[in-house]
Design a protein around this ligand. Structure first.
Ligand SMILES: Cc1ncc(C[n+]2csc(CCOP(=O)(O)OP(=O)(O)O)c2C)c(N)n1
Ligand SMILES: [Mg+2]
Length: 782
């Protein structure tokens, strides 16, 4: 039969299993060889270990074969266990979507990434992974986003897919998984599969036996189905023979470490141990005699996660949308000489061992990269046909969602306002409008909706729930400012207090455009200090270029009465240090409105990013604007609130909530220091990035144009002094002194805050006008 005839003729189950077993071997080989090549064959220039995880890959090759070449549908999305990245690339190599050159450059510049990356790899990667646990939980939130889009008529039910995590068993130790289980239950999670590579080994060790069965309880309590794939077909058949039940019981009770060690030692060790433990049991001697050492090793390691047939049956058995946990028992390093060794996480086959594997698989030297080497033309053609006919071979490339127009956002009225209230009003005005933008905004908060001024938006646009929920208080006519009716049309996703969930929800919402072809504009609010709680999840979202607007509020010791546990100090540095996130610390309501409009555009731009606004509840007097010159500076990161005279000897630079203190100090000093400037720094982050980029331009082939901050500070005298001040780490602004070599006296908070009113706190922490004046005086001391 020709390949084309075969592709239109589905092989019978047994034949398919046989072919998939061949593919599993290829994936095991290619992933091992990719790691081997990078570490042992490619030229080394730095003496560093390249790395890679052959054992972690081999643990999953059967699972991934059964999933990718059988169960996976084009609309499904997968997060792959980070250290199984080479298997994913090998799959795409078989699909002709990955090149040999990229595989050869694994972990080299421009080559295949160490861990699957949406932005850096050239194969389709649905979710980046790397920080264990996050890639698992994100699938649940993407399923929620999918349901949101269905409920809002932006995705047809028929186009919904499963969100699948291929996870290592040590990922079950990450707390963020359980936070997500709880949130998932509340939101009626569906269409989510988590497939555990249950090799009972982590990086350091074999995992605790005590957890056995506990996972079933935990997941079932949270509404999941648990499918355990403990044994492969060979084992199940052996269990039916005389003595088989004793063997099954023995495996059931075997400690993880013993099982792993025996796996490593191989057939003779299994025989000795089983003879010792079960030799007297009827049928065991015959069972052992019926297997030579290699066959016995094969039988004992024939766990569910390595048996293609068992995997196909398990995947096929789930036809509904109930969230499902597959616990697939595996051996770490299966089919490799590393199998079962407790140190195999980063262990690698030596040259003799990889040569042995090559010979075992019938691959000639020099043919290591040939897809179907050593299999014969006929078998190769059948495998090629199967691969090409698999549903994922027809997966469409990711969507390019049309962008949503951003209208001008009016400035909230009020002579005295806080940035947080202004943010709430801008959103509220949008909520009342019929702007298309308003329909695409999705808000979310980890139980701080009211206290971060999202309430008005939520009252207007409603809470989102797949199952509608009445507002009991409203029905009972109990007066309340909050209308909490939850409907399928709602636009606020209420989350419990779990900042990891919050950032993963923002990540999934922020990937709606490439994932589902519909752009959502997620806006999330969180108390500024608690950004730190979800920092890795924030980084995870930024790493894969998810687009969202993060609002950290209230912030700083300006939160006064809430005390040191709630006052954020280092978030300006987080904002500056986080790639993929443009951070702002505005002071005035018009800046907030302008920046929100800019953010909604930037979140949709090809080379855009997520945006972070650090806000406060402090109400301050607003500025009358003579013109709109402040606008471009606000976006670029700074503008002169009080223009310095050319060659002025000093300037005050401030960010955010302390604007009134900076203004007051300026008023008091301006007579003594003629032409004193007052610089409003709306984004230390953008200023610094622009400055670095301008300095690097020459090396990147561009011309050396001065950066925005160089131009601004160039208006001062070369020997001018700068006082910088913000309600946060002084390091966020002290670098301004380095731009033109100005002397600088930085003010800010670098100790934990405490309770107090603003005058007391600003005096204690040296943020008041007097401190600014003192700092200025110090600059001019001889
Ligand atoms: C948050 C985080 N902490 C630590 C690591 C380092 N690390 C990488 S893999 C791993 C353990 C993996 O064990 P498991 O999930 O069981 O995968 P296996 O290799 O056994 O399949 C660790 C600790 C990481 N990648 N992410
Ligand atoms: Mg493991």
């Amino acid at each position: 039969m020709t390949a084309s005839a075969l592709s239109s003729h589905r092989p019978a189950r047994a034949e398919k299993v046989a072919l998939l077993s061949q593919i599993e071997e290829r994936l095991r080989w290619l992933s091992s060889w990719t790691v081997h090549n990078a570490n042992n064959l490619r030229e080394k220039r730095d003496g560093l270990k390249v790395g890679g995880h052959q054992a972690s890959c081999a643990s999953m090759t059967a699972i991934m074969t059964a999933l990718y070449f059988h169960a996976l549908r084009p609309q499904d999305k997968v997060a792959v266990k980070p250290h199984a990245g080479p298997v994913l690339h090998a799959i795409h190599y078989l699909l002709d979507e990955q090149t040999r050159e990229k595989l050869e450059a694994f972990r080299g510049l421009g080559g295949v990434q160490s861990y699957p990356s949406r932005t850096k790899d050239t194969i389709p990667v649905d979710f980046s992974t790397g920080s264990v646990g996050l890639g698992v939980a994100v699938t649940a939130f993407s399923s929620l986003v999918q349901d949101y889009l269905v409920a809002h008529g932006q995705l047809a039910e028929a186009e919904t897919g499963r969100m699948i995590a291929l996870m290592g068993d040590a990922e079950l130790d990450e707390g963020n998984i359980y936070e997500c289980l709880i949130e998932g239950y509340k939101h009626d999670l569906r269409n989510c599969w988590w497939i555990v590579d249950y090799n009972r080994q982590s990086l350091d060790a074999t995992t605790a036996d005590r957890m056995f069965r506990r996972f079933d309880d935990i997941f079932e309590t949270c509404g999941w189905r648990v499918v355990t794939l403990k044994h492969g077909r060979l084992q199940r058949e052996a269990f039916k023979r005389p003595g088989g039940q004793a063997l099954a019981d023995w495996i059931e009770n075997c400690p993880n470490a013993d099982f792993a060690a025996l796996t490593y030692l191989g057939g003779a060790a299994w025989r000795e141990r089983l003879t010792r433990d079960l030799g007297d049991t009827k049928g065991i001697a015959e069972l052992l005699a019926a297997h030579d050492d290699a066959q016995l090793a094969r039988l004992m390691t024939n766990l569910g996660g390595h048996c293609i047939e068992t995997l196909l049956d398990a995947f096929d058995s789930v036809t509904d949308d109930k969230p499902t946990l597959f616990i697939a028992y595996t051996v770490k390093g299966y089919g490799l000489p590393l199998a079962g060794h407790k140190d195999n996480h980063s262990g690698m086959m030596n040259t003799a061992q990889i040569e042995g594997l090559r010979a075992e698989l019938g691959i000639e030297p020099g043919q290591e990269w040939d897809k179907w080497a050593g299999l014969g033309d006929n078998l190769a053609a059948r495998l090629e046909a199967l691969v090409k006919a698999s549903p994922i071979a027809h997966k469409k490339s990711e969507h390019r969602a049309p962008s949503v127009p951003v209208p001008g956002l009016p400035v909230p009225e009020g002579a005295v306002q806080s940035t947080q209230a202004a943010f709430g009003k801008v959103l509220y005005d949008l909520a009342k409008s019929d702007e298309p933008l308003a329909d695409r905004i999705v808000t979310t908060a980890p139980d701080v909706t009211q206290t971060t001024n999202l309430g008005a938006f939520v009252n207007q646009r409603g809470l989102f729930r797949r199952q509608e929920l009445a507002d009991v208080f409203q029905k009972a006519k109990i007066p309340s400012a909050q209308k909490w009716t939850a409907t399928t049309a709602g636009q606020h996703i209420e989350l419990g207090i779990a900042e990891n969930n919050f950032f993963l929800a923002l990540t999934s919402l922020g990937l709606a455009a490439p994932h589902f072809g519909t752009r959502l504009l997620p806006v999330g609010t969180v108390y500024d200090p608690f950004i730190a709680r979800g920092l890795d999840a924030l980084n995870y979202g930024c790493y894969q270029d998810a687009r969202f607007l993060l609002v950290g509020t209230p912030s700083g010791i300006t939160l006064a009465g809430e005390g040191g546990a709630h006052q954020s100090i280092n978030t300006p540095l987080i904002g500056m240090g986080q790639p993929g996130l443009e951070s702002f610390d505005p002071a005035f309501a018009d800046e907030v409105a302008l920046l929100m409009g800019w953010a909604f555009g930037h979140m949709q731009a090809d080379n855009g990013s997520s945006v972070y606004l650090r806000l406060t509840t402090r109400q301050i007097e607003q500025q009358a604007r003579a013109d709109d010159a402040w606008e471009s500076g606000t976006i670029a990161g700074a503008y002169w609130l009080r223009e310095p005279a050319p060659g002025a000897k000093a300037a005050i630079a401030y960010s955010g909530a302390v604007a009134p203190e900076a203004l007051a100090a300026w008023e008091q000093l301006t007579d003594d220091i003629p032409g004193l400037g007052l610089l409003a720094v709306t984004s230390p982050d953008r200023l610094h990035r622009d400055w670095s980029a301008a300095r690097a331009a020459r090396w990147n082939g561009g011309a050396r144009a001065p950066s925005h901050i160089e131009r601004l500070l160039g208006q001062l005298a070369p020997d001018a002094g700068l006082v910088t001040v913000l309600d946060g780490s002084p390091a966020a602004l002290s670098w301004l002194g380095g731009v033109r070599g100005h002397r600088v006296s930085p003010l800010g908070t670098d100790r934990f805050g405490q309770t107090g009113d603003l005058p007391d706190l600003y005096r204690t922490y040296r943020l008041d006008a007097e401190a600014i004046i003192d700092a200025m005086a110090e600059l001019f001391l001889p």
